[in-house]
Write a protein that binds this ligand. Sequence first.
Ligand SMILES: [Zn+2]
Length: 524
Amino acid sequence: MSHLVIARKYRPAKFSEVIGQSQVTVTLGNAILKDKLAHAYVFSGPRGVGKTTAARILAKAVNCAEYPSAEPCNKCVSCKAIQAGNSMDIIEIDAASNRGIDDMRQLRENAAFAPSSSRYKVYVIDEAHQITKDAFNAFLKTLEEPPPYIIFVLATTEPEKLPVTILSRCQHFKFVLVNPEDVKNVLKKICDSEKAPVSDDALDAICDEAGGSVRDAESILEQVISSASGKKIEKEDVEFILGLVESAKIRETLSAIAAYDTKAAFDIIDEIYSKGFSLQQFTRQVITALRRVLAKVLSGIPSEGFESSDRVYWMLESLCSAEQKMKWSEYPKILLELAFYKITSDFIPIDQAIELAGVGVDAPESEAPGAKISHPLPNVKNEKARQISSAGEAAPATPGQGPPQDPSAALVALLKKECGSAGKIFDIADEVSVTGRKLFCRFSGKNEVQAKRLLANSEVMEKVLAANGYKGMSIDVTIVMDENQEPVSHEEKMTEAKQLEIEEPIIAKLHGLVGGDLEGREDE
Ligand SMILES: [Zn+2]
């Protein structure tokens, strides 16, 4: 293989060779043909989709011996000089390192000179959003009264950071991510001319990872080809080079999640972590695989053990949120475990939730999948019954053998230990007992405020219980009001509960911790 890197060797030389940006390239070609060129352009869009390449083609086309033509000829002296990077009149500036006012002043002085041998002097300013405010002001004067032989192209991934005064003086072209099939076709052609055999699966894996950036795809392909020493490249080779978890393991993960097998899912995390893979990368792979599952399930085809699109949607939402938080967290493993715990244990499909809520209850109230179900009872002001379990799960996993007499003392001791002052509220309850999978606490009206504090923290307490072997255990807070007190509405109840959470920063923090947000953990 040649020393020239693939991206450079196969860089498009004509507008028609730029993949997936015809909305830009056709318009530019027509502008040249009709002699309607602007003196300043903004080319915006994601990285590696052809912005600088298109700018170079534009520079060739406006200076070509065949002008006006919608494409450069790539044969004349000017085209060849620009192609080889030898033209004095095509000036490429990387604004990431030349962003200051002096750089822009120099550009202004330089622009005052007419091109040496070309029709147009073309300035291509890459990463233009990095130019400082003062430097933009210096540049603006040139942009307001440009010499007729000047064309500016400002290429940027973040056009919203360009000053409006600049944007309003430029013609704006938006480049887009390239369709994976188109990227794959580009790669196939490169493989053919490099005589490098690469399997279809391997190309798909490259395109998945490149996410619509042609340059990224070419760069991955180059790594893969140079490491393959002539043998056919398979998907596993690509996964190895990219540090991806092998697809068989991803499928194993999906099976564990589909079967609500928390332990198996945790074991996979341990294995991947101990092998040194990036957990965030792994999470993205699971998300990509689940997205494919969702597409199939939506078309009515069960996939990887999933039948309900609601469940897959909800899992995707949980994992995407975990993946976002993992970027900034020092505890990515815990965040992923929490997410896996959630999606392997908390979920009840909505129809099942409604059914559950309907059993023996006069006025059932159901919420979104995975949410709480509350059963209003007569003469009870505040009540919260959380009945969340995976389908068909046995009684709560209490440590030890056989049904315990009344483990409330052990539960309360645990909560007092783990939940600080909120745990002490149990001391003033009139009754604390365990029935089935409910920790029932009854308070009298005079302790209403404390009881509400407990209610506000019950969800986090349930998670603490679950993490300590009492999976599926819910906390049921009942306040028995004196007869002369007015009942409070559901909305007021929730507002008050929220208010208490705010007034109780340590509890709110703990809530955040178990909910997956680890902010403030170190100062506890
Ligand atoms: Zn030419």
